[in-house]
Design a protein around this ligand. Structure first.
Ligand code: GTP
Ligand code: MG
Length: 195
């Protein structure tokens, strides 16, 4: 995919702010700091359009990026950040849940997992919830540059087994540093977006 146009559209805090042009949406979820914003930047070949966080857990909005006037990336707030209060966490849950359940334009969710570590309880809960509601998931094992290539499959196996990955859900090994997995992920995204 050759990205010729990528623009930040809005940090939405509610449904009335979601774009109204009917383009398909690909959302990104995962623990705070897992590399969601970095992945967006790598996919669109821009250094810093999606803001990478110096303050993990702070972003509580849905950040919309329009790509080539064809689809949106929706950067969701990271979960599992210890310093976020319980009430903030509950608020996060409700906001994201209603987006994921009600947004008809949502075509797939990229669930990011750090390849170095087994998925956490939060990751497992998120994946179970998405599967339960039949939301199409693509798992992305991030920060692959931090693990020797020869060990990738071993780490992917741990992810697959810890999450009990359902048959059809792909796992893409990805690095925002090297661009590993970028083409494969674009193909999956375009297929999901019906492009
Ligand atoms: P929140 O917005 O807080 O939820 O975090 P995020 O998931 O958007 O993570 P972000 O993209 O801000 O990245 C967090 C940190 O990990 C940054 O310091 C990035 O430079 C680093 N990082 C992200 N992806 C990679 C990667 O593929 N390889 C390496 N080595 N570092 C990465
Ligand atoms: Mg981010």
């Amino acid at each position: 995919m050759r990205v010729t146009q990528a623009e930040f559209i809005i940090s939405a805090v509610g449904p009335d702010q979601y774009p109204a042009d009917g383009l398909p949406e690909i959302a990104l979820a995962g623990r705070s700091n897992v590399g969601k914003s970095s992945l967006i930047n790598k996919m669109i070949q821009r250094k810093n359009l999606a803001r990478t966080s110096s303050q993990p857990g702070k972003t509580q909005t849905l950040n919309y990026y329009r790509i080539n006037g064809e689809l949106y990336f929706v950067d969701l707030p990271g979960y599992g950040y210890a310093k976020v209060s319980k009430s903030q966490r509950e608020q996060w849950g409700k906001f994201i849940e209603s987006y994921l359940l009600k947004r008809e334009l949502l075509r797939a969710l990229l669930l990011l997992i750090d390849i170095r570590h087994p998925p956490t309880r939060d990751d497992v809960a998120m994946y179970d919830w998405l599967s339960h509601y039949g939301i199409p998931v693509c798992i992305v094992a991030t920060k692959a540059d931090k693990v020797p290539r020869g060990k990738w499959q071993k780490h992917v196996k741990v992810i697959r087994e810890t999450l009990f990955v359902r048959g059809g859900d792909p796992i893409v090994v990805f690095s925002s540093e090297t661009g590993q997995g970028k083409d494969e992920l674009w193909s999956l995204i375009l297929e999901r977006a019906g492009k």
